[in-house]
Design a binder for this molecule. Sequence first.
Ligand SMILES: C[S@@+](CC[C@H](N)C(=O)[O-])C[C@H]1O[C@@H](n2cnc3c(N)ncnc32)[C@H](O)[C@@H]1O
Length: 292
Amino acid sequence: MTPTEYEYLRKFLKDNSGLDLSADKQYLIESRLLPLARKAGISGIAELVQKLQGGSRQLITDVVEAMTTNETFFFRDKVPFDHFRDHIMPEIIKARASKRSVRIWCAAGSTGQEPYSLAMCLKEMSAALTGWRIEIIATDLSQEVLEKAKAGVYSQFEVQRGLPIQMLVKYFKQTGETWQVNPELRAMIQHRQLNLLHDFSQLGTFDVIFCRNVLIYFDQDTKINIFNRLARQIEPDGFLVLGAAETVVGLTDTFRPIAERRGLYKPNDPRAAAAKPVLAGAAPRLAVMAGR
Ligand SMILES: C[S@@+](CC[C@H](N)C(=O)[O-])C[C@H]1O[C@@H](n2cnc3c(N)ncnc32)[C@H](O)[C@@H]1O
């Protein structure tokens, strides 16, 4: 790969998915894109770049998806789900006692283990939620992972990662070598394609936003931009949950960490955040990925 081709791909990925690759990630690009090129009958990186420059829509989607990291598992990191069960939901149940509704957004939910883990937590506390309207919206950039999330079918290996055996027995049905999430749990989640670089105000406001292990791939300006826009989509008493390697500290004052609850944040004042200018550089600009 020539330096010019690498620079083109770096910029292409940053503009289309937010992925911020350092100057020495040629091997990563090659390991992910050469198999894709081969499958598409493309001779190598040079021809791939030419075709991207030509605007091949399917190829643009395929390249962006091939470069995403979709690693996830049930109840990943455990602590956020303990917080969800023991702190977030008890507060929400109190605060929304008359409205009896809760909206949860699982941004970058990948193949579904994260939103299904949240759905299982809610099912486990169903006695306190009788008569409540529960909405879980799971979004991801990648259509491929969303298809898997929607189907809710997991291998033996996948269900052995993080999922307690009682939950497996209770909420999944075994079919041959795979396990499928039961229809009731699947019906709790709406799956939608969404690029976090794009406007997401149409989703409305949420009581809880899980946005974990995706912002780590973005540069600082993109993170700030997304935090500021997330702040507008969260109720003033809502919660933002980030991944273990992510924080708002030093980036924005739209959220503040909750002491002694790692990964949990509260919005400071979303209305004030709304008045802040959105930084250039991460502005929504990819029409190609929209509306799919
Ligand atoms: C490492 S997974 C994290 C999954 C889950 N949140 C977790 O913590 O287990 C990151 C996900 O972010 C998605 N992603 C990457 N860039 C994105 C973007 N610009 N907008 C929305 N999702 C994106 C990827 O497709 C991938 O499924």
